[in-house]
Design a protein around this ligand. Structure first.
Ligand code: SF4
Length: 248
């Protein structure tokens, strides 16, 4: 039995929005970003949650294998999965040995071509079928305001995944007064058009369901008073980002 462990926040047995088909979702703990719209601030703390071995997680996940059919599988989300590379490599290597489809839901915020990270990333990608990469804002200065971090390495990560033809879904949270401006959406669209590996683009309307967690944790909620986008603005973002063309 392997003793490689990860810090786990929670799991979900029948995820239907985090990748293709029905999926077992593993939410890891620890995130370096501070997105103003985050609805899971309870996953931010590093080395928090429950320590679980890859073997026990895989064993639990495989109980649901019959529901996955040909499309489903395992998604690791967070928090930020790429903060726990050794855990992910071990988990996905074993998952692929069992023929399981593997997906990482990531902000890409920790991506770098420096070692030791890059070597581990290359190893991990051998066992990763796809990634869901969030591009939270195309403008670097606005990205810093919205998330506390630059987007440079995130865009570099998207470019690298395109170069190696690793399939990705791009997700974009539409936040009024932050990312919901035609100019930003058009720039994001133009960037996505330069990539060769995009299988889907999704607009995720900002919602306030996680706001209470910020208050419970004693954090200052910076989007106080900002309402979710209107249906019209959601449709506008979908139109500019041409999300429909990926569904054909
Ligand atoms: S990257 Fe995800 S988990 Fe981290 S702060 Fe942003 S929305 Fe929250």
């Amino acid at each position: 039995m392997s003793e490689v462990k990860g810090y786990i926040h929670s799991t979900e047995s029948f995820g239907s929005v985090d990748g293709p088909g029905v999926r077992f979702i593993i939410f890891v703990s620890g995130c370096p970003m501070r997105c103003q719209f985050c609805h899971n601030p309870d996953t931010w703390k590093m080395q928090d949650g429950e320590l679980k071995t890859t073997d026990e997680l895989l064993k639990t996940a495989l109980r649901y294998k019959s529901y996955w059919k040909d499309k489903g599988g395992i998604t690791v989300s967070g928090g930020e999965p790429l903060m726990q590379m050794d855990f992910l490599i071990d988990l996905f290597k074993k998952a692929k040995e069992q023929g399981v489809h593997t997906n990482i839901d990531t902000s890409g915020a920790v991506f770098t071509k420096e070692e030791p990270f890059f070597g581990k990333m290359q190893e991990l990608l051998k066992y990763t079928d796809m990634l869901m990469l969030d591009i939270k804002h195309i403008d670097d200065e606005q990205h810093k305001i919205l998330t506390g971090q630059s987007n440079k390495n995130i865009l570099e990560f998207a470019r690298y995944l395109s170069d190696i033809k690793k399939p990705i879904w791009i997700r974009h949270v539409l936040v009024p007064e932050r990312s919901d401006k035609d100019e930003y959406l058009e720039r994001l669209h133009d960037f996505i058009e330069t990539l060769d590996n995009v299988e889907r683009v999704e607009v995720l309307p900002y919602h306030t369901l996680g706001a209470y967690k910020w208050k419970e944790l004693g954090y200052d909620y910076k989007l106080e008073g900002i309402d979710p986008p209107t249906q019209e603005r959601i449709e506008n973002a979908n139109r500019i980002l041409e999300t429909a063309k990926y569904l054909k």
